[in-house]
Design a protein. Structure first.
Lengths: 344, 365
């Protein structure tokens, strides 16, 4: 069993508070992703869990024991850094064995564990190489291998895929997911990329400016974001926010909305080309059209100059300058009040 | 392949090197020299001469006999007067090309009184000839006095001096590397109050010339009882501001994430220093090692005041002892100087690439 609990964790650097009281729970075997724009404090939070930074206030509980005063080495966490932080002067084998050597594990056992981890990560033939002789993806796997051999209670990942190219990132994502399934251990993962968060997480924690905005499953966050920030952050391309001045022109539609609604949000992929008979429509004069094979991304202006994006199937190709009518199902509309909070 | 084609299509490494060395300002290897090429060559030749001439002269002089060294005007090559053994004379006699009755003959000088020299023909030892000393010229021949070198080993306790010098250089260099790298590690990788102030203080000591603190250093060494002890030379200069500065600047370039990864890997701070920081600082350590070897090997002032008994002399002190108040045995002094500069030349020769790469990467990167 390895669970993680954060209770009112705060962190300040010289009077600047960067983490404002974060509460969080991760069950055993859960894959938790911290996501948020850069500077939101997600990496700091991870470093607090790792023990590389000390929290100014609050508790970090691992397996129900407060570890605030326990050094990084003794918390039973293993971390994979953004820059991999491999020891450049050691071979792949020595890199993975270093942590075990420090724990005075017998050489026989070290060899066995490293070989196992190397087989798991397909590093078998590379054990004698130096990190500089490896590709980015291989280095990443060595960094993960270094974490695995120690059999930590909790794995911590600090933007591990951001130095890889797009293609490799996708395949490494699948490998990580697969690894999590096989090891079944608790993993905390920091990223600024919401696609990574959506694809990997059991539970996503959306952070903004040192505060938790929302915690939930990927589907939960996508289907019912608690405010405009989360709604805009999760999902790609971004959700369209439409003010009252635009949807107010649609009297039929406005009756169905909660009375406090100041903004509605519609995801670009929820628009359809309107048949002539449709009641709910928004006009769109297309200014940009991107053809992407199966879909096309359209950007343009609507009533009162509102900017909208729509993702449509390519069955009917739309070209720049054309004006089309968009329609949508009423029940996929997200409604937000004046403060940006979701209306019930 | 024609030479021109060879130059324009270099294939092997020496060929490429030749093309590189002979390329000119105008580009290519046309053979036409720009005035800047001439200036560069002139500058390089002058530089080569300035740097190398004294060493070459030293090498040549160390092979001269005692009398050849004292000859005026001095010669570059080790010439010495030809000596012959003549029957009836115990010591070898010096040969002169002597003009007798308008004919030049090689004669040996038996004795000389004022401006009149008594000469003898080695072939007819009984027949003495008196000539004016202006009528004769010494016969010189090239002679390498290798005995200068062998005598140094016989007449002086050379190996004791060598051992002292090597011991001081090696031990002091190792300790310098250890102490300075520990200080640099703390100053580059730990955040603590007064970190900048400590670093500033260390650098500030660069402004104090070592001669000024020589007397206090002597007093301290005396009061801890390290006079006439090799450790009295080793210990005072272990911590060098230059070394701390050099290593700190280099260690700043080692990413903190590697240290954090090591901390997550259960490494103690000592292990981080020993297994991570030291190996990664190897280029800077090499530079400091070279400096330290040079400083210690060539150090004269500190050993001079600390070591007064000849059994503790370093090579430099032994060299100095050849230079007496009344007479100086130049031939031995020069021979031993040559022997003394050999190790440092070797160190430089083998490690020079580390100096350049180390200095370059300690600054930028």
């Amino acid at each position: 069993m390895s669970t993680l609990q954060l209770k009112a964790v705060q962190k300040s650097f010289n009077k600047t508070t960067v983490i404002h009281g974060v509460d969080l729970e991760a069950a055993h075997g859960e894959f938790v992703v911290f996501v948020g724009p850069s500077g939101c404090g997600k990496s700091t939070l991870l470093r607090i869990i790792a023990g590389l930074e000390t929290a100014t206030d609050g508790q970090v509980m691992i397996d129900d024991a407060n570890v605030v005063n326990v050094s990084a080495a003794h918390r039973g966490c293993a971390m994979v850094f953004q820059s991999y932080a491999l020891y450049p002067h050691m071979s792949v084998y020595a890199n993975m064995a270093f942590g075990l050597e420090n724990l005075n594990v017998p050489a026989e056992q070290i060899k066995q564990k490293v070989t196992e981890a190397a087989a798991l990560l397909r590093l078998d033939g590379l054990l004698e190489r130096r990190p500089t002789q490896l590709s980015g993806g291989q280095r990443q796997r060595v960094a993960i291998g270094r974490a695995i051999v120690r059999e930590p209670k909790i794995f911590l990942f600090d933007e591990p895929l951001s130095n890889l190219d797009a293609e490799l990132r996708v395949s490494m994502r699948a490998e990580l997911r697969d690894l999590h399934r096989r090891l079944g251990s608790t993993m905390i993962y920091v990223t600024h990329d919401q696609v990574e968060a959506m694809t990997l997480a059991d539970k996503i924690v959306v952070l903004r400016a040192g505060k938790v905005e929302q915690i939930g499953t990927p589907q939960g966050l996508y289907d019912s974001p608690c405010n405009t920030f989360v709604a805009g952050f999760i999902g790609s391309p971004r959700m369209n926010f439409i003010g009252r001045e635009v949807f107010g022109a649609q009297p039929i539609f406005i009756k169905a909305l909660p009375s406090a609604t100041e903004q509605i949000g519609i995801r670009p992929e929820h628009f359809h080309l309107a048949p002539v008979s449709a009641a709910l429509t928004l006009p769109l004069t297309v200014t940009h059209a991107e053809y992407m094979g199966g879909t096309q991304l359209l950007r343009g202006t609507s009533t009162n100059g509102a900017q909208l994006e729509a993702v449509l199937p390519t069955a009917t190709l739309v070209s720049v300058g054309q004006t089309i009518n968009l329609t949508f199902e009423p029940d996929i509309v997200h409604t937000f009040d004046a403060a940006g909070k979701r209306c019930a | 392949m024609k030479p021109d084609a060879l130059l324009s299509n270099p294939t092997s490494a020496p060929q490429r090197a030749l093309v590189f060395v002979t390329r000119t300002r105008q580009g290519g290897n046309t053979g036409k020299l720009d005035w800047t090429d001439w200036a560069s060559y002139a500058y390089l030749v002058v530089g080569l001469f300035m740097m190398f001439a004294p060493i070459l002269w030293l090498l040549m002089s160390s092979l001269k006999t005692e009398s050849a060294i004292n000859q005026f005007p001095p010669t570059f090559f080790p010439y010495s007067q030809k000596m012959v053994t003549v029957a009836g004379h115990e010591k070898p006699l010096a040969m002169f090309l002597t003009r007798v009755d308008g004919v030049e003959k090689p004669l040996a000088q038996v004795s000389r009184l004022g401006i009149v020299a008594t000469m003898v023909d080695p072939a007819k030892p009984t027949e003495e000839i008196k000539v004016n000393i202006r009528e004769r010229k010494p016969i010189n021949e090239m002679e390498f006095a290798f005995e200068n070198f062998t005598d140094v080993f016989k007449k002086f306790d050379f190996f004791r001096y060598l051992f002292n010098s090597v011991f001081i250089t090696v031990v002091a260099t190792l300790l310098t590397l250890l102490v300075n790298s520990m200080a640099a590690f703390a100053l580059s990788k730990y955040q603590f109050k007064g970190q900048k102030a400590v670093f500033g203080l260390i650098l500030a000591t660069l402004m104090i010339p070592p001669t000024i603190i020589l007397v206090p250093v002597f007093l301290v060494i005396n009061s801890v009882g390290l006079l006439n002890n090799l450790w009295g030379v080793i210990l005072p200069a272990i911590a060098t501001p230059t070394g701390v500065f050099l290593l700190r600047q280099y260690m700043l370039t080692i990413p903190d994430e590697i240290l954090e990864a090591a901390r997550m890997d259960n490494a103690s701070e000592w292990r981080i220093y020993w297994k991570i920081i030291l190996p990664l600082s190897a280029p800077a350590l090499a530079v400091l090692a070279i400096f330290s070897v040079m400083w210690r090997w060539n150090d004269f002032l500190l050993p001079l005041i600390v070591l007064s008994k000849s059994e503790y002399f370093t090579l430099q002190l032994a060299l100095n002892s050849f230079q007496g108040e009344l007479n100086t045995q130049w031939h031995y002094l020069l021979a031993m100087t040559v022997i003394t500069i050999i190790p440092i030349t070797l160190v430089f020769g083998f490690l020079q690439k580390y100096i350049t790469t180390g200095i370059a990467s300690a600054g930028v990167k």
